[in-house]
Ligand binder design. Structure first.
Ligand SMILES: Cc1ncc(COP(=O)(O)O)c(C=O)c1O
Length: 390
C-alpha cells in the first residue's frame, strides 16, 4: 500500500531567524531550532549540580541518539552508530581500517569536501596507491548524468573504495548511490558516503544502499549543534581499530566502580569508534532533539516542501540565463545556480549583501540551500535580485 504523505507547511516559527534576513544557506549551517536551543540550555544548566549526571547522561541518552539516527536512515542495529566529532574523524576511522595495496585505487569526485579527501591523499601516498578523482564534466549539458557515468566507468577491479557524497556540497549534484553500490559490489570495493549535505533533508536507506560507512555532520541537514557527527559502520569495521583508546568504549564501562579493572574488549560494533567525552551533556541532548524534529518532518516531506517553494523560481532563473541542474541529478534542498559569464560577480555579491540574502558564491556558481524555515517568497526575493542584474 502506498502511503500519501501530508504536505509540510513552513516551520519558520520554530526558529529565531531575523525577519529581514533571507537565509538560503543551510548547507553552510542550519539555524538553531528553538527547541534544540532549549535542550542545550537545560544540558548546560545541569552542570550546576554535577551529581545530576548519571547512567542516563553517560549511556542511555547516547543510545537514544543512536536509535533516532538508526530510525532516520533505516539501520537495523543502533550499535552500528558511532558518536563522532567531525566528518574528518569518521573518515580517519575508515582510513585507519581500510585494507589497501599499491595496485589499488580510491575513487572520489572532483572538488569533494576536504574532510573526505585529505585522509585518502595520505592513505594512497603511504600505500603507493592511486587516488582517482573524477572531475565534473566541462559541459553543462547533461552534466549530472555524464558525471555519474564517468564515475561508474572509473571503478575497476583495482578499486578498493569509492567515497562520495550523496549530493555534492558545492552544487548539489546527486550521485546515484544505487548504481555505485552495484558497481562496487562487482569489483569488491567499499562504498563510503558523506551524508552531511543530504541525510535528514533527503531520504537515505542504509538497508537499501548498504554503504560500508555513512558519515553525517550534525549541524546542517540534521539540524543539530556544531561538534557532533553521526557515523554508521558496517560489519567490515566490526573488529577495527578506533582512533582513540578511551574508557567508555570498553566492555563494562557502565560500572564506574570497576574502571581500573582494565578491559581489552570493546563495547560492541561501532561503539568502539565513539570519540572521547562523547557524553557531551550539552550537545547530545541538542542532537537528540534535532533528530526528533527531523523525524517528525520526514526527509520525503522536506524534499517535497523544498521542491514546491523552488520550482517556479528555478524556471524563472533558467529563463534569465542562469543554469540549474535537472531535477533527476540534484536534490531539491540544495542546488547550484551557474552565473552567466557576462554578469559581474562583484556586483552580484554586493547586491545580495544589500538585500540581506545569504547564499554561498563559489567561483561562478551560487549555492542555494533550503529548508522548512524558507518560503517561496525567499526565492522570489533572490530571483528579483538577480533579475535586476541581468
Ligand atoms: C560534504 C561535507 N562534509 C563534511 C563537512 C564538514 O566536515 P568536518 O566535520 O570534518 O568539519 C562539510 C562542511 O561544509 C561538508 O559540506
Amino acid at each position: 500500500m502506498q502511503l500519501t504523505l501530508t504536505a509540510l507547511a513552513h516551520q519558520k516559527d520554530l526558529f529565531s531567524l531575523p525577519a529581514d534576513v533571507t537565509y538560503l544557506n543551510c548547507s553552510y549551517m542550519a539555524p538553531l531550532l528553538k527547541s534544540v536551543e532549549e535542550a542545550g540550555i537545560i544540558g548546560l544548566r545541569k552542570k550546576q549540580l554535577p551529581a545530576q549526571y548519571g547512567h542516563y547522561e553517560f549511556f542511555d541518552e547516547i543510545d537514544h541518539v543512536r536509535k533516532l539516527f538508526s530510525q532516520l536512515v533505516n539501520i537495523d542495529d543502533y550499535q552500528r552508530v558511532a558518536i563522532l566529532p567531525s566528518v574528518s574523524y569518521g573518515m580517519a576511522i575508515v582510513a585507519k581500517n581500510l585494507r589497501i595495496q599499491s595496485s589499488n585505487n580510491i575513487v572520489v569526485v572532483g572538488e569533494q569536501f576536504p574532510s573526505n579527501v585529505y585522509s585518502w591523499r595520505k592513505k594512497v601516498a603511504e600505500a603507493n596507491a592511486e587516488l582517482r578523482t573524477i572531475s565534473a564534466p566541462e559541459t553543462l549539458e547533461n552534466r549530472g548524468e555524464q558525471w555519474n557515468e564517468e564515475l561508474l566507468e572509473a571503478i575497476d577491479n583495482q578499486t578498493c573504495m569509492v567515497t562520495v557524497a550523496h549530493t555534492h556540497w558545492a552544487d548539489g549534484t546527486r550521485f546515484d548511490l544505487r548504481a555505485i553500490r552495484k558497481r562496487t559490489r562487482e569489483v569488491g570495493a567499499l562504498l563510503v558516503v558523506d551524508g552531511t549535505q543530504s541525510v535528514g533533508s533527503m531520504p537515505f536507506d542504509v538497508a537499501e544502499i548498504q554503504p560500508d560507512a555513512l558519515i553525517c555532520a550534525g549541524y546542517k541537514c540534521l539540524m543539530g549543534p556544531y561538534g557532533i557527527t553521526l557515523g554508521y559502520f558496517s560489519e567490515y569495521f566490526d573488529d577495527g581499530d578506533p582512533l582513540e583508546e578511551g574508557w567508555v568504549t570498553r566492555h563494562n564501562s557502565e560500572d564506574f566502580t570497576n574502571l581500573v579493572n582494565y578491559q581489552d574488549q570493546y563495547q560492541p560494533k561501532a561503539i568502539r569508534y565513539d570519540m572521547g567525552q562523547r557524553s557531551n551533556f550539552i550537545l547530545i541532548p541538542m542532537m537528540g532533539k534535532a533528530l526528533e524534529v527531523v523525524m517528525e518532518w520526514q526527509p520525503e516531506r522536506i524534499q517535497e516542501y523544498c521542491r514546491s517553494i523552488s520550482v517556479t523560481a528555478i524556471e524563472k532563473l533558467s529563463a534569465l540565463g542562469f543554469w540549474v541542474e535537472k531535477e533527476t541529478y540534484r536534490g531539491h534542498h540544495l542546488f547550484g545556480v551557474r552565473i552567466p559569464e557576462e554578469l559581474s560577480l562583484d556586483k552580484l555579491q554586493k547586491t545580495l549583501k544589500q538585500a540581506n540574502i545569504v547564499v554561498s558564491v563559489r567561483g561562478r556558481s551560487m549555492r542555494v540551500s533550503l529548508h522548512v524555515y524558507n518560503e517561496e517568497q525567499d526565492l522570489n526575493r533572490l530571483v528579483d535580485c538577480l533579475q535586476g542584474l541581468t
